[in-house]
Design a protein around this ligand. Structure first.
Ligand code: TRP
Length: 337
């Protein structure tokens, strides 16, 4: 561990491009905290298999794609260790040990597992899907992470990880650290269609990789106050998706825009143009970083390989302690016969 620094572990399933909801829910926190904390970012490809277990032609692209999103968003590979879950076999070993004392009923009642199962139409969950929060507890605790910056939907998993760590420390020996969740300022960003959540599968997202033109077009088509027909009609910002985004991404101007909307002195077209400009200004440095890595893909691979190597060595150290705590270290003993 870097001297004196507490550790962060967080990450995502590589199942497609990251969007603004990810950014304000968790990514912005990761970027902000990477200097102060020793940061580990997991690309959870095995967890992705819990819902995408069929042979996936896009897996490689998604793994590199999410790494690219991370770097574009501002994760600095000097400060954040980005790595691939499947390449750390110790995580799977720890998952197995944890699953010995984790109750199936507790997993069944996990609200995020339940809503994801419903979303995917799983009537009969697979063993791997039901158990993924156990594997996530291993992801976090094998790095002895103190803090887990995540979106709100992940909080039940961090709660379970805390319970598992406490149980482990109690049953065997206190070698593990109880992690804490850190939820972003905007735990749930509304979608462009006004639906509760921005999400790739709902097709209502602005991606970090969108071009300026795509951003403009998506904002132009975003849902606003349906009662507002003419520009001079007084608007209702409290029910307007575009105003929701102004509050998040253009907070300095939000009060002014709110007043102008209510009085009918700014129309939806102008209001949307201002938002698109603001978003594009925020995304521009990300585009530049993305372009830099696209020009040098070997560097991207190097960053992932180096991050994975470093993460592996930390995981190996923890597992020596874990096995010792559980007495699974037979060759270190004199034969007790
Ligand atoms: N469950 C997270 C998601 O769906 C991904 C994830 C896997 C994760 N392991 C983790 C998040 C550990 C935080 C910590 O996006």
């Amino acid at each position: 561990m870097q001297q004196g620094k507490k550790r962060i572990l967080t990450g995502d399933r590589p199942t497609g491009n990251l969007h603004l909801g990810h950014y304000v829910g968790s990514l912005a926190n990761r970027v902000r905290l990477q200097e102060e904390f020793d940061s580990f970012i997991i690309i959870a490809d095995v967890q992705a298999l819990t819902t995408h277990w069929e042979k996936d032609e896009n897996l490689t692209r998604d793994v590199y794609g999410i790494a690219l999103d991370y770097l574009a968003a501002g994760l600095n590979p000097e400060q954040s260790t980005i790595f691939v879950q499947s390449m750390i076999p110790e995580i799977h070993e720890l998952t197995m040990y944890y699953s010995m004392f984790t109750s199936v009923n507790v997993l069944r009642h996990n609200p995020t597992v339940k809503s994801e199962a419903a979303q995917h139409g799983f009537k009969d969950m697979t063993y791997g899907f039901l158990g993924y929060p156990v594997s996530q507890a291993a992801d976090i605790s094998i790095f002895k992470a103190h803090l887990v910056p995540v979106g709100e939907d992940q909080v039940p998993h961090i709660e379970l990880a805390r319970k598992i760590v406490r149980r482990f420390n109690d049953l065997y020996y206190p070698v593990l650290v109880e992690p804490e969740a850190l939820v972003g300022d905007v735990p749930r960003l509304v979608g462009l269609d006004g639906k509760a959540k921005m999400s790739k599968s709902l097709n209502n997202a602005i991606f970090l990789s969108d071009t300026p033109e795509q951003v403009q077009l998506k904002i132009r088509n975003a849902v606003t106050d349906p009662a507002r027909i003419r520009k001079t009609d007084p608007g209702h910002p409290e029910i307007c998706t575009v105003f929701e985004y102004h509050k998040v991404f253009n907070s300095d101007a939000a009060t002014e825009i709110e007043a102008d909307c209510r009085s009918g002195s700014i129309g939806c077209v102008a209001c949307k143009t201002r938002l698109a400009q603001q978003l594009n200004a925020m995304l521009e440095p990300m585009r530049e970083r993305r372009e830099k890595y696209l020009q040098a893909p070997g560097q991207l691979k190097e960053i992932l390989m180096e991050g994975t190597r470093k993460a592996h060595s930390v995981a190996q150290e923890t597992m020596v302690e874990v096995r010792q705590a559980m007495n699974i270290n037979y060759f270190d003993h004199k034969i007790p016969l």
